[in-house]
Design a protein around this ligand. Structure first.
Ligand SMILES: [Zn+2]
Ligand SMILES: [Zn+2]
Length: 126
C-alpha cells in the first residue's frame, strides 16, 4: 500500500472514530472529500469494506442501508422510527441472554447484537 492509500484509509478511519452518528458510506465520502478532495466514492467503499473485514469498524444494516461505526466494542443500538437516527445505548450487553439462547436452542452462542426501536428524545417532544 502506498502513502496515498494509507492516508485515505487513515482518514476514513479517523472520520468514523470521531462521530457517533453511525454514518452511511455517502456521508463518509462527503466528509472525506473535505480532507482529500480527489477521493472517489469507490475508494471510500473499498476502504470501508476492508476496515469492516478487519474489525476496525463495525458494519450493520438498517433499512437496506449499510451503516458504519468506529466504536467496535459490542454495544446496543437504538433507531428512531421517526427521524431515523441511530444512537448507541449505554446499557451493558446482557450476556445471560447468550446462555439462555444456548440452553433453549442447543447452539453454542458466542455473542449477540440488538437494535431497539422507538422515538428519540427530540422526536418524543414533538
Ligand atoms: Zn428521532
Ligand atoms: Zn454504535
Amino acid at each position: 500500500m502506498n502513502i496515498r492509500q494509507t492516508r485515505q484509509r487513515e482518514t476514513i478511519l479517523e472520520i468514523l472514530r470521531s462521530t457517533h452518528c453511525h454514518p452511511t458510506a455517502d456521508w463518509v465520502y462527503e466528509q472525506a472529500r473535505k480532507i482529500i478532495p480527489n477521493i472517489s466514492l469507490g475508494t471510500v467503499y473499498r476502504n470501508l469494506n476492508f476496515l469492516a473485514k478487519q474489525n476496525q469498524v463495525l458494519r450493520f444494516e438498517h433499512d437496506h442501508v449499510c451503516r458504519y461505526d468506529g466504536y467496535t466494542e459490542n454495544h446496543y443500538h437504538f433507531v428512531c422510527t421517526d427521524c431515523g437516527r441511530v444512537c448507541d445505548i449505554n446499557v451493558p450487553i446482557d450476556t445471560t441472554l447468550n446462555r439462555r439462547v444456548a440452553r433453549g436452542s442447543g447452539y453454542s452462542v458466542s455473542s449477540h447484537r440488538a437494535m431497539f426501536f422507538g422515538l428519540c428524545s427530540e422526536c418524543k417532544r414533538k
